[in-house]
Design a protein around this ligand. Sequence first.
Ligand SMILES: Cc1cc2nc3c(=O)[nH]c(=O)nc-3n(C[C@H](O)[C@H](O)[C@H](O)COP(=O)(O)OP(=O)(O)OC[C@H]3O[C@@H](n4cnc5c(N)ncnc54)[C@H](O)[C@@H]3O)c2cc1C
Length: 346
Amino acid sequence: MNVDYIIVGCGLAGISFCEKLKEQDKTFVVFDDGSQQSSIVAGGLYNPVTLKRFTSVWKSEAQLEVALPVYKKLEDKLGVSLDYKIPVKRRFTSLEEQNNWFAASDKVGLKPFLNTSLFDNANPKINADFKLGEVLQTGRLDTKQLSDSYKGYLLEHNLLVTDSFNHADLVIEDSSVIYKTITAKHIVFAEGFGIKQNPFFKDLPLGGTKGQLLTIHAPDLKLDYVLKSSVFVIPLGDDMYRVGSTYEQKDKTNTITQEARDMLLDKLKTFVDCDFQVVSQVAGVRPTVKDRKPLVGRHQTNQNVYLFNGLGSRGVMIAPFVANQLFDFIEKNVPLDQEIDCSRFF
Ligand SMILES: Cc1cc2nc3c(=O)[nH]c(=O)nc-3n(C[C@H](O)[C@H](O)[C@H](O)COP(=O)(O)OP(=O)(O)OC[C@H]3O[C@@H](n4cnc5c(N)ncnc54)[C@H](O)[C@@H]3O)c2cc1C
């Protein structure tokens, strides 16, 4: 088999890059072994503001401009709903926080995203004495649906190999790479935290931050927006909500823990007062980098070997934007934004 690209990894990074390749009439084959779960378990929120300190996210406007049309196109192509527009409201815990919100809403980069009218809490099951602030241009992408449907689409077109990619079997030549029976012009590794098994890029400073989320059934809660307090509460429909998530640095497994469940429930109960049942719990490892920027670019010595990683805790917004940059870099020699180029760590 001869293709333009081999892609390793079919999470948000891999999917975004495949879509760019399709758009540009490039041929490819994807490997995915299900060893990482980040894109499958993600809360799926896209939100251009950091809600802890009210700061703007790097290139948020440009990211949204690229990402939302890509997801719309994927909805049409896959015949599923993926993008649920829903407001995100930040619960304030003091007057000082309200003041910080107003100060932030005046700043360039944040103005388009912070509603300056504060909302009284009208929900008797929520405790929010200091009102709520609304972030604009937010939503939830159903990343599990995207992952399932996209893999189904790739399988149908014989473009997905559901097996581990074994790096030791890759032969790199001057103008191609060969993997078993496949010859490609380029290979792009989009393995998320699986990078730790990749001999080409494993020494880059990708730390990995485990996250766990609960799904609860809360018939009395009646929330029609995403509520951000010490944890997010994300409505899924049918009285189901996702609650999370944790940020764990030591454990790098996809295993759920009682400790995380207790911690999430303790936090939830500080601002939600109604009966609910925990329906499920999930865990995954976010591919995080210490400077909070993606890790993208070309291998130091192998010209046909590329990396698409480091999407951190905001893969939904950033993946399609970075896919464009990586494609232009490989195919048109357009330099990558220095802030995301993995060569910053070489
Ligand atoms: C609990 C939690 C909540 C989150 N919430 C949000 C959120 O609300 N909004 C948001 O934007 N982001 C969120 N994220 C972050 C988001 O999930 C990540 O940014 C994104 O999923 C990273 O995508 P990726 O494709 O780089 O990695 P991954 O999703 O990890 O995908 C990598 C893929 O590569 C495959 N792979 C790895 N090694 C190999 C190999 N050797 N052979 C074959 N296949 C291989 C894996 O099986 C996997 O499918 C959350 C993450 C977690 C864990």
